[in-house]
Structures are given as structure tokens and as C-alpha cells.
Design a protein around this ligand. Structure first.
Ligand code: ZN
Length: 202
């Protein structure tokens, strides 16, 4: 970003706004901004409006922290689901992945994972809300389905002891998911196997 001073302020604002997206460094945000400036106004407008519309429509479920257009989410309100099972995942995208794998219980979205590197602590996640949910009763099993990588395993190991004494069975998805891969990137069949092969924790 060597020519920041010579650029229109609005262009600089766009570059800064794009640079806050995950995985986008200063060079990429500059390249994307100049791409946007070259495209047809209607295309740029559609993108901007899509961002605003999604932001306005998506609601965080107060019960499971999944994203939906209604609150509570359609999964929490679905009476046909197995309400005795709760699958704990890191991210709403994982909910979509397990839905695709045929899972039909309830979920609890942690909204992240414990990470010393990123300064994310257990209290930054929705763990307290999960404990409150379990204290209300009706849940027989909590399956921890955080990613099978270092931070995902650490998150599961940190949450499991806090679930003891609540009268629920605590399980962890099987290790069938290839190391280094994530829940969002493996096939439905592998995810279904990971749930089927879940094991008792502690
Ligand atoms: Zn919900």
C-alpha cells in the first residue's frame, strides 16, 4: 500500500474494509478493491446489498447459537427432532455439515474454539449457556464435535469435565476424520461415521 496518500479517500476506505476479512492481507485487499472499481456498478451494488441483507436477516439463536432467519432457530423449534441429543460444534457452518450427514438431534454452537494463540478463552465461548441448557434437563447425551485438530481437541477436553455431574453422557466424535482436515471439508459419509463411532469421554 505504497500509494495510499494519492488514492481517493473512498478507495482507501474500501481497502481498509476488505482487509478486516479473514485471510485477506493488505496486498489482497488492495487487489480486490481495484477489481471492484473495474466491475459494472450493478455487480458492485448487488455484492454490497447481499452483505447488508444477509447481515440484517441472520439471527443468532438464543438457545443453540446457530444462525437462522428466525429466532429460536428452526432446528430448536423442530418437534420431530431427538431433543435428548446435543451435538456441540464450533461454528454454524458445522451445523450445516452435520445436517447434510443426516444428524437429527439438537446442536450447541460454541462460536469458536479455545485458542491460546488467538487469545480465545473458555469464557469467550457459549459454554455457560450450554451448562444452563443441560441443567434444565431433558438432554441425555452431549457429543463434542469440535474439529479433530489440536485446538478442537483441546476445546473438547476443556469442556468435558465441566459437563460432569449434570447427569448427561458425554461423548466425542470418532477420529475417522483425516488429521488436519476440518468438519466443513469432509464428506457427509465420513461425518455420519464420526457420529456413529463416537466414544465415551472421561
Ligand atoms: Zn437454535
Amino acid at each position: 500500500m505504497t500509494h495510499a496518500a494519492s488514492r481517493p479517500r473512498a478507495v482507501e476506505r474500501l481497502i481498509q474494509a476488505l482487509a478486516t476479512l479473514p485471510g485477506i492481507g493488505p496486498k489482497t485487499s488492495e487487489r480486490l478493491a481495484y477489481h471492484v472499481l473495474r466491475e459494472a456498478p450493478a455487480v458492485a451494488r448487488e455484492r454490497a446489498e447481499a452483505i447488508l441483507a444477509a447481515r440484517a436477516a441472520a439471527k443468532v439463536c438464543s438457545r443453540c447459537f446457530n444462525l437462522d432467519e428466525v429466532e429460536p432457530c428452526r432446528i430448536c423449534s423442530d418437534a420431530a427432532r431427538d431433543r435428548a441429543r446435543v451435538l456441540v460444534v464450533e461454528d454454524p457452518r458445522d451445523v450445516a455439515a452435520f445436517e447434510g450427514a443426516g444428524y437429527r438431534g439438537l446442536y450447541h454452537v460454541l462460536q469458536g474454539r479455545i485458542s491460546a494463540l488467538e487469545g480465545i478463552r473458555p469464557e469467550d465461548l457459549t459454554v455457560v449457556a450450554l451448562l444452563d441448557r443441560l441443567r434444565e434437563g431433558g438432554v441425555a447425551e452431549v457429543c463434542l464435535a469440535t474439529n479433530p485438530d489440536l485446538e478442537g481437541e483441546g476445546t473438547a477436553e476443556s469442556i468435558a469435565p465441566r459437563l460432569r455431574g449434570l447427569g448427561v453422557r458425554v461423548t466425542r466424535i470418532a477420529r475417522g476424520i483425516p488429521a488436519g482436515s476440518t468438519i466443513q471439508h469432509v464428506s457427509s459419509a465420513i461425518l455420519a461415521d464420526a457420529i456413529d463411532g463416537r466414544r465415551e469421554l472421561g
